[in-house]
Design a protein around this ligand. Structure first.
Ligand code: GLY
Length: 376
């Protein structure tokens, strides 16, 4: 590929390096313009606006990108900023109002610990995992979502890893049991026979009886919300990595295979695969999460042909996302990195915009493409 006027071009790896340089510039500009601010999504390409957030789950992704930049570049300024943005969310380790402590602490304090943090840094990760474990409903055997005691979200699969981690580091078999049972409940009631997933399971919180599947961000209760699918394919992979339970690898692979089966050749799905004539063709944050999750699954599976397929598919997704149609490099004034993501189509929040988790998992996937460890 020839180089365009912004210097983008070359091999996939060269374009990934260029995109990571662009990403650093966008994050640098955001934190200079708006210090200590944690945006979720852009509005018309701008991070600062007055729209609501629905829930507070994204405050780890900005710091998480800084940790990736710090490790890749060795730049002490990124390291200092990463520590600062991690400290800003430190008290969230005790937050019992959300189910997202994996999102918050795996991307920040866990990355800090992996970069030579001391036991006090790891303590924050462990405490966050223990706090997550308190969401467990014994009758229904699931970690409840932030919306209600009867609700279990597919998204929680991306947050159960920190519970396994806390259980292992503290030698707590009961915490390990809770994490395992949550994964098994999710597999049983939210992962369908064809490998698709439901966004939410509704239970009777007293008896634990499973009642029905539902959705908030997908098209219909019985449809397939793309981002939820990617939380599952990535999260079950992480659960397998941290537990060694092959049932979770099998679930991850079934979810991954559904994603490939239903997504157009360039690897970017719409918000929901079942919605007829979807109003927008792309939900790029799902694609970014999928790319990173596929790299992880390629490293975890013991089937060489499957590993090759998943790795090639992750590269296809990134090849697409690195084009100027998606990368905001040729969109003057756009403050995000990756365009055409959507947060909550029904509520009209962050629709066809840059979204903070899309930025983070895109950067993470590019980092993996360029040689970072593929497992989370
Ligand atoms: N609440 C997580 C998501 O929007 O995917």
């Amino acid at each position: 590929m020839s180089r365009d006027r912004d210097g983008f071009g070359g091999t996939l790896e060269e374009r990934a390096e260029q995109a990571l340089a662009f990403a650093q510039g966008q994050v640098r500009a955001l934190i200079a313009r708006d210090p200590d601010y944690f945006p979720l999504f852009t509005e018309g390409g701008r991070w600062r606006h007055g729209k609501e957030s629905w829930t507070n789950w994204c405050e780890g992704f900005l710091g998480g990108m800084m940790w990736i930049f710090a490790r890749r570049t060795g730049d002490p300024i990124w390291r200092e900023r990463a520590e600062h943005y991690s400290r800003l969310i430190e008290e969230r380790q005790h937050d019992r109002a959300v189910h997202d402590l994996g999102f918050l602490f795996w991307s920040t304090w866990k990355r800090w610990f992996d970069l030579g943090g001391d036991p006090e840094v790891e303590r924050r990760v462990i405490t966050a995992g223990q706090t997550m474990g308190l969401r467990f409903n014994e009758r229904g055997r699931y970690l409840r979502s932030f919306v209600a005691p009867e609700s279990c979200f597919i998204d929680i699969m991306m947050n159960v890893g920190i519970v396994f981690y806390a259980a292992e580091r503290t030698g707590n078999p009961d915490l390990h049991r809770r994490a395992t049972e949550h994964c098994l409940t999710t597999r049983r009631y939210l992962v369908r026979g064809d490998g698709s997933t439901a966004h939410e399971g509704i239970f009777d919180p007293e008896s634990g009886e499973f009642l029905r599947q539902a959705t908030h961000q997908g098209w219909r209760d019985d449809s397939s919300w793309a981002r939820g699918q990617t939380w599952a394919l990535y999260g079950f992979g992480t659960a397998y990595r941290l537990s060694g339970d092959r049932r979770f690898l099998d679930a991850a692979q079934r979810c991954a295979d559904f994603y490939i089966e239903r997504t157009p050749p360039r690897g970017v799905p719409p918000n929901d695969w079942e919605q007829p004539d979807p109003p927008r063709p792309y939900e790029t944050s799902a694609a970014a999460i999928a790319a990173s999750g596929f790299f992880q699954l390629a490293a975890l599976t013991d089937e060489p042909a499957r590993a090759e397929r998943y790795s090639a598919y992750a590269r296809t997704i990134l090849d697409t996302l690195l084009s100027p149609e998606f990368l905001a490099v040729e969109t003057p004034g756009w403050e995000g990195i990756l365009r055409h993501g959507s947060y909550h189509e029904r509520l009209g929040l962050g629709v066809d915009e840059s979204v903070m988790w899309g930025e983070y998992f895109f950067v993470e996937a590019l980092d993996k493409l360029l040689g970072a460890p593929a497992v989370a």
